[in-house]
Write a protein that binds this ligand. Structure first.
Ligand code: NDP
Length: 246
């Protein structure tokens, strides 16, 4: 059951992370919010507390292992334990390979891949010791299918898919009772397009989101559903997107 679970959310300052934090807090989860924009985290934590929920927050750059370890410590110091982590922080500065935007390629690898690994590394000792834990991660439909323009972004999300499936299998084999859930969203209206610097890619993506984008609250619903499952059940994969997006 979701009530009283302690859940750490990376990338909680906007979009899917913010929506998930608010929804699961309203259902009784104790949320630990991390992202780089501390002012936004404070605002969201205040909103949750004013609505009767429990929330703490701390500045987190997922590319820094020490930041990930520090926020896990905050969760345990604040609420006595940690039950789940939602690895949601991500960036999508897409462009064609021919544009050779190497800084953006590196940024996506750092945040979308290394950020996930740092989060998993930070929670794994706790989850292994308590023989229970839930790791949820956001991949993308671009982690299921190739799309022109998303070579590096999609690659980072294929990584998440593979990593999470191997983690699920190893956890089952080792009997650690660590559950996994991987989400594959399609067009969700958030701040995700803001980092795109390639004009053609930005215009193309904007058209798709204008035509199809749905609320991040729908992804939050799925996060809540996964967290609410009994300990003996793993719902490992969700593809969620607009009903009218081909
Ligand atoms: P947003 O841009 O609204 O949210 C991204 C979040 O990631 C922000 O809270 C941002 O916070 C955080 N973030 C970025 N870099 C870092 C970092 N180095 N350390 C910590 N936090 C960081 O977009 P979404 O809500 O859409 O994105 C959430 C996830 O969903 C991403 O992984 C994205 O790839 C994935 N996704 C989104 C889809 C969509 O259509 N929106 C579709 C498929 C997948 P801050 O800037 O404060 O650090």
């Amino acid at each position: 059951m979701i009530k009283d679970k302690v859940v750490l959310i990376t990338g909680a300052s906007s979009g899917i992370g913010e929506a998930a934090a608010k929804l699961i807090a309203s259902k009784g989860a104790k949320v630990v919010l991390g992202a780089r924009r501390e002012d936004k985290l404070k605002q969201i934590a205040d909103e949750i507390k004013n609505a009767g929920g429990e929330a703490v927050y701390q500045a987190l750059d997922v590319t820094k292992p020490a930041d990930n370890e520090a926020i896990v410590k905050l969760a345990k110091d604040s609420f006595g334990r940690l039950d789940a982590i939602f690895l949601n922080a991500g960036l999508m500065p897409v462009s064609p390979v021919s544009a050779v935007k190497t800084d953006e390629w590196k940024q996506m690898v750092d945040v979308n891949i290394n950020g996930v690994l740092n989060g998993v590394a930070a929670v794994m000792p706790t989850f292994t010791e308590q023989k229970s834990g839930h790791i949820l991660a956001v991949s993308s439909v671009a982690g299921l299918k190739a799309y022109p323009g998303t070579a590096v972004y999609g690659g980072t999300k294929w990584f998440v898919r593979d990593f999470m499936e191997v983690l699920r299998m190893e956890s089952a084999m080792e009997g650690t009772n660590i559950r996994t859930a991987t989400l594959y969203p399609a067009a969700i209206n958030t701040e995700l397009l803001d980092t795109i610097t390639d004009k053609g890619s930005a215009d193309g993506m904007q058209q798709v989101y204008d035509a199809f984008g749905i609320s991040p609250d729908r992804i939050a619903d799925v996060v809540a559903f996964a967290l609410d499952m009994p300990e003996d059940t793993n719902v490992s994969e969700f593809t969620v997107g607009p009903a009218n997006q081909p």
